[in-house]
Design a protein around this ligand. Structure first.
Ligand SMILES: Nc1ncnc2c1ncn2[C@@H]1O[C@H](COP(=O)(O)OP(=O)(O)O)[C@@H](O)[C@H]1O
Ligand SMILES: [Mg+2]
Length: 250
């Protein structure tokens, strides 16, 4: 799918923690159907930016535009309802529950207020989602998530984020804990999210992976955006130079 209109835009967003300027004057836009890689050294402000976009912490200043409107998220539920999904590094899956139960945790489909959960509807939705995502590896949806591999668990976390039909998906280091083959699968999955028209923001430390999966690379350094590259125009040297500040790109 081709890249569409702006879905998420941060305008002059600031955040301080005591004396630390975690983010200053952040401008970032994410278009429907694109993958934006967010990179930067430890402490650059990546996770803070994601938390602000996800309504987890409020910015000290600046505006957030979502789907054409200025939004003021008072908490993560507001961002979720608006259509922003976040997948954190720890995934927050319940190992002792099935794939289906994990996908619907907290938003189970009920036949009515008093009747039991509609297992059939949930299972068919899970199968539909996994097949849409082209996830061949997960065959059994009634097995416990604890018995799945790291890549499969990441897939479940991503699939779960899609149940609310988000317009933006933010992933904080989705491949950090994965083996090589699993990384490849998760990168493909990230690309398929964008192909569905979702605006994707992915934090990663792995520069070759960033170049492989993204359309754009936004580099944070000491809380500021120091580069905004089109991936097709750059090499890993450019990304490293922007991260370390050895060269200026703005
Ligand atoms: N809750 C917090 N309290 C105090 N300082 C924080 C908090 N969260 C982040 N910081 C500081 O803000 C800066 C940016 O952190 P973070 O967004 O986690 O960076 P990154 O994800 O790029 O490693 C760092 O200096 C970090 O120590
Ligand atoms: Mg972080």
């Amino acid at each position: 799918m081709s890249v569409g209109k702006t879905v998420l835009e941060l305008e002059d967003v600031n955040k301080t923690f005591g004396a630390v300027n975690a983010l200053s004057g952040i401008r970032l836009s994410v278009l429907a159907g694109e993958v934006v890689a967010l990179v930067g050294d430890n402490g650059a402000g990546k996770s803070t930016l994601v938390k602000i976009a996800a309504g987890v912490i409020p910015p000290d200043g600046g505006k957030i535009h979502f789907d054409g409107e200025v939004v003021d998220f008072r908490g993560p539920m507001d961002a979720t309802k608006a259509g922003i999904a976040v997948i954190y590094q720890d995934l927050a899956l319940c190992d002792n529950l099935s794939v289906t139960a994990n996908l619907f945790l907290g938003r189970e489909i009920q036949n009515s207020a008093v009747s039991p959960l509609n297992e059939e509807a949930m299972e068919s939705k899970v199968l539909e989602l996994l097949s849409e995502l082209n996830v061949g590896q997960i065959k059994e949806i009634d097995i416990k998530v604890g018995s799945l591999s790291g890549g499969q668990r990441q897939t479940i976390a991503i699939a779960r984020s899609l149940i609310g039909q988000p317009k933006v998906v933010l992933l904080d280091e989705p491949t950090a804990a994965l083996g090589v083959a699993q990384k490849v699968e998760v990168l493909k999955l990230i690309r398929r999210l964008a192909d569905r028209g979702i605006g994707v923001v992915v934090i990663s430390h792995n520069i070759s992976e960033v170049l492989e999966v993204s359309d754009r690379v936004v580099v944070l350094r000491l809380g500021k955006v120091v580069a905004n590259f089109e991936t097709k125009n750059i090499t890993s040297d450019d990304v490293v130079a922007a991260i370390t500040g050895s060269k200026s790109f703005s």
